[in-house]
Structure formats: structure tokens, C-alpha cells
Design a protein around this ligand. Structure first.
Ligand SMILES: [Zn+2]
Length: 318
């Protein structure tokens, strides 16, 4: 199969791109997401695919969607940010474009993209952890995308890491993404600023005393410029991240763990504390070959590229 279209449906934006067999994006288009109207959403996806088809010979469509995707690779069972319940998205889009369509969970699609063309292209096993507003993840093991029995495997953000810990958006307490995510980074930055300790002064000055103006990229930027408080905040997130990854690797024994998502833009400021916490926490770390922790390389295009590739392969081998 030659060119395919990868579609990444986010809460506000649909990004679609024509991708070749080497994972290279040839052209992209975007559309706003009609998040409350599933029919309009399928129309919008079809429209963007049709626009791309006018200029490229496209043979299939892969869609990455944030939500539970049925093992049939067509139906979205549930999505946190879009009004989908048992939504036959793949069938709807297929009816409109008359091309083969596969739907995959967005984090799975991103893991597949990184495995095929990014941080995992030299190995057979890849665990992708995406650190953004929450934590997402996907696993490729022995060259196969791991979907679980019902298609909804690997919701790692909701591993409980602190009994009776912070309340999570999922309604439970102590989930990993409450401690190792962009949301956690910003929450802690606001808390520390509120403490009025001397080390919080540069951050307070930066936002003119308005803690609601603090964002994840801002903390990263200040950390890069050498601000000790912001470095410390990234170290804390890295520590939580590394400890969680150690538990996952103890179970999965993956060769590479790629860290992606918005917070990974901090680069080594995140990767170094993550790696030290990982090695410190991994059981019997000195008696095993440890996973290599790396930054993901495809950025926010991993899902689109992975979805496009899944349109031409079932997620089984290279
Ligand atoms: Zn949760």
C-alpha cells in the first residue's frame, strides 16, 4: 500500500496528514473538532480526508482517537472529551470516503508511530509514556501493538501510586497522572509560589504575582534559564515519572521506554531525574539489562504518523 492518511482527533482540532511508507508526512490539513456532535465530527474527518485526496493517491485512512476503541478497530466505546458512546466512527467515515478505515486509541497510535519511525525504530519492544495534561501510554512488544483483550489496554495514567492520594479526574484517588504530568507541574508551581519562599520570587515576578498565569511551558522555559525552583519542580515530576516507569518495566521488561508529550519538551531537565529515579526504584536493577529511557522523537505528530501506518499494517511486525 502506498500513501495513507493519518488523522489525529484532539479535543479542539482534527489534524490529518498524507504519510508515505517511510513515515514521512507529505501534506497536512487541520479542521476544528465539533466535539459535541458525532455526525458533524465524522463529516469533518471525511472532509479533510477528501481535501487531501484531491492532490494525493490515498489508499487508506487511520484515525487516532482519545478514548476507548473497541477491538474491532472501528467503534469508539467512550471518550472523555468528545461526545462518543459506542460510536461507529470508522464505519461512518468509511461510508463517506469509500476507503478502508481503521480507528485506534491515540496513545496506541503514537506508540506505533514511535516504534516504526521514531525512538523505537531500532528495537522490537517499546513502551511509550506521553506526559501532557495527563499520562498516556502504549506498548509494542515483540513487534506487536498490545491492545489487551477488549482493545482498551494501557490506561497507565490511572495506576494508583499514592493510596488515598490526590483526587483524579477519573473519580479515584492517587492516580499516577496526578503526580507526573503537566497538570501536576503547574499545580505544584502554583503551590510553591503561594508559599512566598525566597526561591519562589523569580517565578512570582515572572507572572506579576498572578499564579493562574503559570503554564507548563513557562516552568520549562524558566528551568532552562536556570531558575532553581522550576528545575526542582521538573525534578519532582521526573522522580514520580521514573518511579512509575520502574514499576511498569519490572512487569514488562521492555528494552526502550520513550517519553513524549508536551512535558518532554523539557528534554534532559526531565529525562535525567526520571532516569535516576527509574534506576533507583527498579527492583534488582544491578542484576538485569535495564531499559533505555529516551525522549520520543516524533513530537505531536507521532499519533498521526502511527495512525497512517496502522491503516496499512495491522500493528503486527514492521
Ligand atoms: Zn485517575
Amino acid at each position: 500500500m502506498g500513501l495513507t492518511v493519518g488523522v489525529d482527533i484532539g479535543g479542539t482540532k482534527i489534524a490529518a496528514g498524507v504519510v508515505d511508507e517511510d513515515g514521512t508526512i507529505i501534506e497536512t490539513q487541520t479542521e476544528p473538532t465539533p466535539a459535541t456532535d458525532p455526525d458533524a465530527l465524522a463529516d469533518a474527518v471525511a472532509a479533510v480526508v477528501q481535501r487531501l485526496r484531491q492532490r494525493h493517491e490515498v489508499e487508506g485512512v487511520g484515525i487516532g482517537a482519545a478514548g476507548f476503541v473497541h477491538a474491532d478497530r472501528s467503534t469508539v466505546l467512550f471518550a472523555p472529551n468528545i461526545d462518543w458512546v459506542d460510536e461507529p466512527l470508522g464505519a461512518y467515515v468509511h461510508k463517506r470516503v469509500q476507503l478502508p478505515v481503521v480507528v485506534e486509541n491515540d496513545a496506541n497510535a503514537a506508540a506505533w508511530g514511535e516504534f516504526r519511525f521514531g525512538a523505537g525504530k531500532d528495537v522490537d519492544d517499546l513502551l511509550l509514556i506521553t506526559v501532557g495534561t495527563g499520562i498516556g501510554g502504549g506498548l509494542v512488544s515483540a513487534g506487536q501493538l498490545f491492545r489487551g483483550s477488549y482493545g482498551v489496554a494501557f490506561e497507565v495514567g490511572h495506576l494508583r501510586v499514592v493510596p488515598a492520594g490526590l483526587l483524579c479526574g477519573c473519580g479515584r484517588y492517587g492516580c499516577w497522572e496526578q503526580y507526573a504530568s503537566g497538570t501536576a507541574l503547574v499545580r505544584e508551581a502554583r503551590d510553591r509560589m503561594g508559599s512566598e519562599l525566597p526561591e519562589a520570587a523569580p517565578l512570582a515576578e515572572h507572572v506579576h504575582g498572578d499564579s493562574s498565569a503559570i503554564s507548563g511551558p513557562m516552568v520549562t522555559e524558566l528551568a532552562r534559564a536556570g531558575d532553581p525552583l522550576c528545575r526542582d519542580l521538573l525534578e519532582d515530576v521526573g522522580r514520580w515519572l521514573g518511579e512509575g516507569i520502574a514499576s511498569l518495566v519490572a512487569v514488562l521488561d521492555t528494552s526502550v521506554v520513550a517519553i513524549g508529550g508536551g512535558v518532554a519538551a523539557a528534554g534532559d531537565l526531565l529525562l535525567e531525574p526520571t532516569t535516576s529515579a527509574f534506576i533507583r526504584t527498579l527492583p534488582a536493577a544491578t542484576h538485569r539489562t535495564n531499559a533505555d529511557l529516551r525522549l520520543a522523537t516524533l513530537g505531536n505528530k507521532a499519533g498521526l504518523i502511527g495512525a497512517a501506518d496502522l491503516a496499512r499494517s495491522p500493528g503486527d511486525g514492521r
